[in-house]
Design a protein around this ligand. Structure first.
Ligand code: URP
Ligand code: ZN
Ligand code: ZN
Length: 459
């Protein structure tokens, strides 16, 4: 396959210029003005459009047994949704429960992803640490995984003990693996939930009160102390509030190697959504919870200052009917998660770039390049240069549209952004040199996605 993209405005994390891009086979082979089209080339006119590197979502859940049910998407729906939204690579959380074997779980998750249309890899969840788990984790790293995931929340499910946290970080340091972490103090969450429920406070509005900012900040502080003692490199996923950011910043000043992710729901929604009447608020229950609006400008400012490295989704889709309503009489039983794999890039562009909250380079850095750099994919992914995979998003800034569950490809019965206006969207999306999406339609091939084997880089 030969593809020539002409006259686009190429935006990377560092550059902004107009040129043509020639893609031969799966990679970019030339970038220059006025390239001649080889006779077999498909030519895409990108005049008036941006050309971004394929976006990377470094935190998604697709196959997820969780809170008595399963996340709704498969790689069929999720990879198509990702691609129409401009995301060409996914990093999924592989989440074994305590009694499952890491290696079997890893192979199970990999088998679920075999139908993916976009490229993918995994953060390997560590839910138990003993001699056997350690040997299996070493083998999983040999099989191309260079990041772990630990949960400090979800007592009795995925959560690890302090000894296991220490052992995981010690192994990660030895292997050069970065550890991604869900930071909330699980003892405090369990105690606050019990108190609220016993007081009859069972509605969705109480979810935030059961996991306030201090509970998240305590989780971050805890992780930072363990990272400091072991020298491991750590990455706080789905960071929602000022208090948590302050805990990371304090650790960075002590020399801890720590990075921060936020997710699109925290940048665009707030706790009032979870207070909507008639159980509508359940659509907005995720953990950590959507916060008071005072945290939103802090998140945007931290993105600009680059204290926050990445914007992910934490895509975790559960239907409103039949799944979220498992918690109708008790908010602690609502499956946690907000779906947004399809909408992340357009929302970040609309609410970040359009109002001037983010410049174009920072937008690309946060939604693509930093994830590639942190997780061992750069420069194969995350940038536009000769030799990189030809994962490209030709983005039409003139497009105007609306988000709706009726038109989305995500396999879930609602949108948290129903009726929201969107400015701009991908008009052509390529993965390794082949067009996979055009103007909101998936035109690619299921099963074409590749497992991205990664080497440890965090020594
Ligand atoms: O509410 C959330 N975040 N659901 C997905 C699981 C997790 O904690 O990432
Ligand atoms: Zn989490
Ligand atoms: Zn998650």
């Amino acid at each position: 396959m030969t593809l020539l993209i002409k006259n686009g405005r190429i935006i990377t994390a560092a550059d902004d210029y107009v040129a043509d891009i020639l893609c031969e086979g799966e990679v970019i082979t030339q970038i220059a003005p006025h390239l001649d089209a080889p006779s077999d080339a498909e030519v895409v006119d990108a005049a008036g459009k941006y050309v971004f590197p394929g976006f990377i979502d470094p935190h998604v859940h697709i196959y997820l047994p969780f809170m008595g049910t399963y996340a709704k998407d498969t790689y069929d729906s999720a990879s198509r949704a990702a691609l129409v939204g401009g995301t060409t690579s996914l990093i999924e959380m592989c989440c074994p429960s305590r009694d499952e074997e890491p290696l079997e779980t890893f192979e199970l998750w990999k088998s679920k992803a075999a139908i993916s249309a976009c490229d993918y890899t995994f953060h390997m969840g560590v839910s138990r640490y003993d001699e056997s788990a350690e040997a299996q984790l070493r083998e999983i790293v040999n099989r191309g995984i260079s990041s772990f995931k630990i949960f400090m929340a979800y007592k009795g499910a995925f959560g690890v003990t302090d000894q296991e946290l220490f052992d995981t970080l010690t192994l990660a340091k030895e292997l050069g693996v970065i550890v991604t972490a869900h930071c909330e103090n699980e003892t405090l969450v369990a105690a606050l939930q019990e108190k609220l429920i016993s007081e009859g406070k069972t509605d969705t509005e109480w979810h935030e009160r059961s996991r306030p900012p201090r509970v998240e900040a305590e989780g971050v502080h805890h992780l930072m102390t363990f990272a400091e003692m072991t020298g491991a490199h750590v990455y706080c996923v789905h960071t929602s509030c000022r208090d948590a950011l302050e805990a990371v910043q304090a650790a960075q000043l002590r020399g801890v190697n720590a990075w921060v992710e936020t997710v699109i729901p925290y940048l665009t929604l707030d706790s009032s959504c979870a207070e909507l009447p008639d159980f509508e608020g359940a659509k907005y229950v995720m953990s950590p919870p959507l916060r008071d609006p005072i945290h939103r400008p802090v998140l945007w400012a931290s993105l600009r200052s680059r204290l926050i490295s990445t914007v992910a989704t934490d895509h975790a889709p559960f239907d409103f009917a039949g799944q979220k309503d498992m918690g109708k009489d008790d908010f602690t039983k609502i499956p946690n998660g907000i779906p947004s794999i399809e909408d992340r890039v357009n929302l970040l562009y609309t609410h970040g770039v359009c109002p001037g909250q983010l410049d174009l380079n920072t937008f690309v850095d946060a939604a693509s390049t930093q994830a590639a750099k942190l997780f061992g994919l750069y420069p194969r992914k995350g940038t536009i240069q000769v030799g990189s995979d030809a994962d490209l998003v030709i983005y039409d800034p003139e497009y105007r549209g609306q988000i709706s569950a009726k038109t989305q490809l995500m396999d879930v019965d609602y949108s948290a952004y129903e009726g929201w206006e969107i400015t701009g969207r991908p008009s052509v999306v390529t993965v390794r040199g082949e067009v996979q999406a055009r103007d909101g339609e998936f035109v690619g091939e299921l099963g074409r996605g590749q497992f991205l084997s990664r080497e440890p880089t965090h020594f």
